[in-house]
Design a protein around this ligand. Structure first.
Ligand SMILES: [Zn+2]
Length: 410
């Protein structure tokens, strides 16, 4: 290496520019059509070096000389999707005589077994998830294992255990603030608050965390550079979460127009998770839910979805979150169909799982789009999800994450 070259590389390193010393061959991925996160490119060529996208072009002339070509011209290309609400450590081994909930095992065993949830997630074209509640910091463990390549799965933004109101005790904003500091010390990426009841077959939206407590958590988290997601099934909790400055609000029904307008004004992302209650209806026998629980779930879906319709009209930023648990992994993107039913175009719906989601996670400089400098997270889908979003549910054939092929069902 010449001194000039050494100095140049040193300077680039100082400037934070990635310098690759490996003489790895560039790869060119060809798609019949490509949606890059904002527009469609036909006969697209995505050139990849290591884990990064270095160029986008069109036509055979855009393939760099000597590049290894991956020919996916039969398929539509998309950026790797982001699922903003998962519970990836909720694992069921499907043993006869057992239910998804209530199985007991060591946390390390669950982390190992939950690889299956991670794999099913990748197979839907989701390469990044935000995981919002896991016991024993198991989601942090999976995050580390996946990041180092020891486990296959989507990259994880993890909250660890969500914060809840302390049962039978008066509201205590100071205590909640202390919990945030403990969570941040534990290494979480996000803070999750359970601001109301509701979950599984229980659609009770009663608020459990006060506005003052929510505000204390949001302020403490923001002071430490972390964002906050607040769960609320009911409208009062959604209203308080928005006013308290939550970065995202999860679930929610009967949301009043004033709150929707406030979300639009502040840029709060609403992750309504409509589809997870559809899943609970489909899976009620598996869970052993009481007879008639599907009636309450259906009623909640209607009220949840009606608010989503108004949110689309009001210009609220919506985010795709599956709220996947147990056997729902593999259905992570079904929420997109609800967004289209609520008035979005397929491209707008895909935006909830790409550009909007990446911005919420603070990674919109590297994820959510196919562009030079971005991480090479690519999905190849049979059919055209921009014409019929259901192509996403059955047509994912190939997935690349960080420049590595993680699903290949061509
Ligand atoms: Zn959830």
């Amino acid at each position: 290496m010449t001194n000039v070259l050494r100095t140049t590389i040193g300077l680039l390193l100082l400037l934070g520019v990635n310098v690759s010393f490996a003489d790895a061959q560039a790869r060119a991925v060809r798609f019949g059509r490509l949606w890059d996160g904002t527009k469609v490119i036909t006969d697209a060529v995505v050139t990849i070096d290591g884990d990064r996208i270095v160029a986008i072009g069109s036509g055979p002339g855009a393939v760099p000389a000597g590049a290894v070509v991956i020919d996916l011209r039969k398929y539509t290309g998309l950026p790797g999707l982001i699922d903003l609400h998962t519970h990836i450590t909720y694992y069921w081994d499907r043993q006869p005589g057992t239910r998804p909930r209530g199985q007991r095992r060591l946390p390390a065993v669950t982390v190992f077994l939950a690889q299956e949830n991670a794999r099913r997630t990748l197979e839907t074209g989701v390469t990044t998830v935000r995981d919002l509640n896991a016991g024993n910091d198991m989601d942090l463990a999976m995050r580390e294992l996946i990041a180092t390549g020891a486990m296959a799965g989507p990259r994880i933004f993890a909250s660890g255990p969500g914060l809840s109101a302390r049962q039978g005790q008066p509201p205590d904003p100071g205590a909640m603030q202390k919990l945030v500091e403990d969570r941040v010390k534990a290494g979480v990426d996000w803070i999750k608050i359970f601001g109301s009841r509701g979950g599984f077959d229980n659609v009770d939206g009663t608020q459990t965390v006060t506005f003052d407590e929510m505000k204390a958590v949001v302020d403490a988290a923001h002071a430490l550079g972390k964002k906050v997601a607040i769960h609320s099934y009911g409208a009062p909790g959604v209203r308080d979460a928005v006013r308290a400055g939550a970065d995202s609000v999860e679930h929610g029904a009967d949301v009043d127009d004033e709150t929707l307008a406030e979300m639009a004004r502040r840029g709060t992302v609403w992750v309504p998770t409509v589809d997870h209650n559809r899943y609970y209806i489909d899976a009620q026998a598996e869970y052993g839910f009481a007879a008639g629980s599907d009636i309450a779930l259906r009623n909640y879906i209607e009220r949840n979805f009606e608010s989503v319709r108004r949110a689309v009209k009001a210009g609220v930023r919506l985010g795709m979150g599956s709220d996947a648990v147990y056997t729902m992994f593999g259905q992570n993107t079904r929420e997109l169909e609800w967004f289209i039913k609520a008035g979005m175009t397929p491209a707008q719906a895909l935006g909830t799982a790409t550009t909007t989601a990446a911005a919420l996670l603070g990674v919109d400089d590297r994820l959510g789009r196919i562009a030079p400098g971005y991480l090479a997270d690519l999905v190849a889908v049979e059919g055209d999800p921009l014409a019929d979003i259901r192509a996403m549910f059955t047509g994912v054939r190939w997935v690349m994450k960080d420049g590595k092929v993680v699903v290949d069902r061509k």
